[in-house]
Design a protein around this ligand. Structure first.
Ligand code: ATP
Length: 364
């Protein structure tokens, strides 16, 4: 099998407006983003042929280790990083290389919440003025209307009205992230890119902010593209999850199914890395990480070579770390293909880029 321009697996695209699948709000096809590294070094391919979609009211969780290209995808959607190839469509318009004017118009419907709200909130301005500014600049609201809107949004994120008169330094990390969410919601967006919005927060505060995002999604019919390192963080909020490794999609599928029965060895590794309170469950996870029954088979490779291998167009990007890797995995890049059988809820919705996906799916 070769990796040449594979047709995106139906499960991770879902853009055709069919009876059971609404048209996508965000639709990314074969996105590639590269960064120059100097004259003599080839460019770094941060995102490598990624296709995905987000439907209205849906959350797609983007997970992967540091450097897997999650934030770069979000930045490409926001027009903050140039795209080498591929297309990004939002509300059915091609925004891959949208002009600054189009971007300004888009900001009413496409917003972002970053990891560190403190650096994105001006310490010298009151919260009220920070929240109201974009709408006032665009002339969309009068002063009175924007003050009402600020109060409404602060209420929605669980903060008292007097928050508007105070300054960022007067708030905790969790409160500041609520403020950043309120700011993103001010123009009434349809899609919010959440770039690790809770990873800098304590665990209990993380849960509160995640719950808030879920409530807001329900109340305002928002869509989220949710970037996170940890699968458990995105698991409950996401409808679907897309797992990235070195800029490539390793696996995608409905959140609960993917978490309960990961197919790709990389997804399994990510889940096994999460501390598990039950020692029995943790033992079986560790066994899976070491390879389990598959890797003991006659076709299996030896232990994974530690460290990292250069990304090449040949072979699976994860092969060097994979306990199940075969020769083919080192030479032939697997396509992202549907795995599993259709169930009562509809067509096949899971895909994995792994030569051994069917064997791994069948593994108990
Ligand atoms: N502006 C840039 N210039 C050069 N390289 C970049 C740039 N932005 C990102 N990269 C590189 O692209 C790759 C993907 O980075 P990206 O930030 O998208 O990963 P990530 O999965 O979001 O990781 P993290 O969770 O650590 O932010 C990394 O190797 C990173 O060093």
């Amino acid at each position: 099998m070769s990796a040449a321009s594979p047709e995106p697996a139906a499960s991770c695209v879902g853009t055709r407006p069919t009876e059971d699948r609404p048209a996508a709000l965000l639709d990314i096809r074969e996105l590639t983003v590269e960064f120059r590294q100097g004259r003599r070094t080839p460019p770094l391919r941060a995102v490598d042929g990624v296709s995905l979609s987000v439907a209205p009211g849906e959350t797609l969780g983007l997970v992967g280790e540091s450097g897997s290209g999650k934030s770069t995808i979000g930045r490409a959607v926001l027009g903050l990083t140039p795209v080498r190839s591929g297309t990004i469509r939002f509300e059915d318009a091609d925004i891959t290389r949208a002009t600054a004017k189009v971007r300004r118009e888009l900001s009413a419907r496409l917003q972002v919440v970053f990891q560190d709200p403190y650096s994105s909130l001006n310490p010298a301005r009151t919260i009220g003025s920070t929240l109201a500014e974009p709408l006032l600049v665009q002339g969309r609201l009068t002063g009175r209307q924007s003050a009402d809107r600020v109060a409404e949004m602060l209420g929605r994120v669980g903060l008292p009205p007097d928050t508007a008169d105070r300054y960022p330094a007067q708030f905790s990390g969790g409160q500041r992230q609520r403020i950043a969410i309120a700011r993103a919601l001010m123009p009434g967006p349809r899609l919010v890119i959440c770039d690790e919005p809770v990873s800098a927060l304590d665990l209990s505060v993380q849960a509160q902010v995640m719950n808030l995002l879920a409530e807001l999604q329900e109340a305002l019919q928002l869509s989220y593209l949710f970037v996170a390192h940890d699968l458990p963080v995105v698991r409950h909020l996401s409808h679907r999850i897309l797992v990235l490794y070195r800029g490539q999609v390793m696996e995608t599928g409905p959140a609960e199914a993917l978490y309960a029965r990961p197919v790709h060895p990389y997804t399994r590794m990510l889940i096994a890395a999460v501390p598990e309170p039950d020692p029995g469950t943790q033992r079986s996870r560790r066994a899976a990480r070491r390879g389990g029954p598959l890797s003991a088979g006659p076709l299996s490779a030896g232990p994974p070579s530690a460290g990292t291998a250069a990304v090449t167009d040949r072979g699976c990007a994860f092969a060097a770390r994979c306990v199940h890797a075969l020769d083919i995995c080192r030479h032939d890049r697997p396509l992202l293909l549907p795995v599993g059988a259709p169930d009562r809820s509809g067509p096949v919705t899971r895909s994995a880029a792994c030569h051994r996906a069917s064997e791994l799916l069948a593994q108990p």
